[in-house]
Design a protein around this ligand. Structure first.
Ligand code: SF4
Length: 195
């Protein structure tokens, strides 16, 4: 079957060209090896932890993420499950869910993004203060999912930068939690990718 062209020159928001499945860079969960630099030193009989100020700041940022859910479809239900008591994301400091972009630093895009809602997503992203991070949750936000059609954004990186991709349809709550932990590692290592 020929690959369907999903580029939309009449889109109301600028979008990067979509690539056919199997072409272009693979989208998947980013994993990061190692841990942040820290040293324990013994000086004058006492033990000191030496570090750098930006490492302390990054450590604090990674452990106090305030998520803003941009839920448009079924993936949002899995997000709700993750922030509820059974999974309890509060263990990792990311339970303060906010619905104002000015009070959040982690956007979790959960669901299908169509051409009409794309400018809204971009606007809300732009209203978030720096530093800010983005998780693309699920097949739809990551690649358009099974909606290979001109009116569906074929991955939200067509319009905003993405830090972590969480695969699945839907991803499980623990899959999303794993994505948040990987983002936390990335922040603590001072790695912030911007498109
Ligand atoms: S990835 Fe699957 S579960 Fe998530 S919004 Fe798309 S269709 Fe729904």
């Amino acid at each position: 079957m020929p690959v369907q062209n999903v580029d939309n020159p009449n889109s109301i928001i600028p979008r990067k060209s979509a690539t056919a499945p199997g072409e272009g860079a693979e989208k998947g969960l980013i994993t990061l090896p190692g841990e942040s630099e820290r040293e324990v030193e013994g000086i004058g009989g006492a033990t000191y932890l030496t570090t750098k100020l930006d490492q302390v700041v990054n450590w604090a940022r990674g452990n106090s993420l305030w998520p803003l859910p941009f839920g448009t479809a079924c993936c949002a239900i899995e997000f709700m499950s993750m922030v509820s008591s059974h999974y309890d994301i509060a263990r990792f400091g990311a339970e303060v869910v906010r619905f104002s972009p000015r009070q959040a630093d982690l956007m979790i895009v959960a669901g299908t993004i169509v051409d009409k809602i794309a400018p809204v997503l971009k606007k809300i992203y732009e209203q978030m203060p720096e530093p800010k991070y983005v998780i693309a949750m699920g097949a739809c936000a990551t690649s358009g999912g099974f909606y290979r059609a001109y009116h569906v954004v074929q991955g939200i990186d067509e319009i905003i930068p993405v830090d972590i991709w969480v695969p699945g349809c839907p991803p499980t709550p623990d899959g999303l939690m794993y994505g948040i932990l990987k983002l936390k590692e990335k922040i603590e290592r001072g790695e912030i990718r911007r498109g």
